[in-house]
Design a protein around this ligand. Structure first.
Ligand SMILES: [Zn+2]
Length: 364
């Protein structure tokens, strides 16, 4: 009898330990924070380096962009992945969503194990979640927040993860390769209201239980009325009226990276400016709300951009067509005054630790 009890105790302890360690993967970081937040909004400029900000501000003859002049923490982020000085979007997304370093191409996985992503982390608190990206739904950056895959290019895996993720709202660019007939059915079967245009994202959509929306030609700057700021503010208002327990939202300006790869400065500037306008609208909302942490950062730099006053605003500003390993910026609104004292450089996994810390502290 005694032996049986001790066996049961050991098993129970092991189960508890495993449950505990799974629950806190990614949110057990060394960076401790004291502040709290009902809602967290993370805005990612894919490929947006600090020199991009300087060059775009100068191009539009602005003293500073909205994100550069916001009050709060203003610092830098190291972005290397586990196996490379130069990260890709998948490993960077894993760092931001899961709080751990992984190898390039891996989506919320380290070696052969899934690691807890943000959708899984917030589920314990019954929070709601939204993802708004200007790229296809299964792009590397959004994938890390609500799915798992050994390889970022495995759309099928990533999409299956999404359908099981419990994410309340997806807004992305329409991509016919991703949204075949089977997957359209899967979206409906998972309980999503399927919306097909920016025009559908109005107050009429507020009553939907969950939303999977795609937008044609979803450029951040809003040609044909499909702008990142409109989609983002719809998403925030939708989640806010729906979420008693708060929400987590990830917004990505996806094309800063893609355009920087091709070296088109003016297009990149237009995209980044639209992202900055989105940031302003989100900050205005957060200031009114008073219970929201807003973090703006990039996954990595793209194009090795170097700008000096007087330079021509053209492709000569880009020194490479690839990603680089330089630090990117981070701007945080809603931080408790004691947090990050004396810090100027964070690692990308620490951004996750801050978000998880604020979410957990609010619910203690
Ligand atoms: Zn890229």
């Amino acid at each position: 009898m005694k032996k049986l009890i001790s066996k049961i105790t050991v098993v129970a302890l092991v189960v508890l330990l495993v449950a505990f360690s799974v629950a806190f993967v990614g949110c057990n970081g060394s960076l401790k924070v004291s502040g709290s937040a009902k809602n967290v909004i993370l805005l990612i400029g894919d490929g947006m380096g600090l020199e991009h900000l300087e060059a775009v501000a100068a191009y539009y003859q602005l003293d500073k962009l909205n994100m550069q002049s916001m009050t709060g923490f203003n610092g830098e982020v190291t972005t290397h992945s586990r196996n490379s000085e130069v990260t890709d979007s998948a490993a960077a997304s894993t760092a931001l969503s899961c709080g751990v370093k992984t190898d390039n191409k891996s989506v919320a996985r380290v070696d052969n194990e899934n690691v807890e992503n943000m959708a899984e982390f917030i589920a314990q608190y019954n929070m709601d979640m939204g993802i708004v990206v200007t790229e296809k739904a299964t792009g590397a950056t959004p994938s890390g927040f609500a799915s798992h895959s050994y390889d970022r290019s495995n759309d099928s895996n990533i999409f299956k993860g999404y359908m099981a993720s419990g994410v309340d709202l997806f807004v992305s660019q329409y991509d016919e390769d991703i949204l075949n007939e089977d997957r359209e059915s899967a979206i409906i079967n998972a309980g999503y209201t399927r919306l097909n245009s920016m025009a559908d994202l109005t107050e009429n959509a507020y009553s939907a239980e969950k939303i999977f929306a795609t937008v044609d030609a979803f450029a951040g700057y809003g040609e044909d009325g499909a702008s990142l700021v409109d989609a983002s503010m719809f998403a925030i208002n939708y989640l806010d009226q729906k979420s008693e327990n708060g929400f987590f939202m990830m917004i990505e300006s996806s094309y800063i990276d893609k355009i920087a790869h091709s070296g088109d400065f003016e297009d990149m500037a237009r995209e980044l400016r639209a992202f900055d306008e989105t940031i302003k609208a989100v900050l205005d909302w957060a200031k009114q709300d008073g219970e929201t942490l807003v973090i703006i950062t990039a996954d990595h730099e793209t194009g090795g951009l170097l700008y000096n006053p007087g330079d021509n605003f053209d492709d000569t500003l880009f020194k490479t067509g690839e990603h680089s390993g330089v630090n990117v910026g981070v701007f945080i609104y809603g931080l408790n005054g004691d947090d990050l004292q004396g810090k100027t450089i964070l690692d990308n996994i620490e951004i996750n630790h801050i978000m998880c810390g604020y979410i957990t502290n609010f619910r203690k």
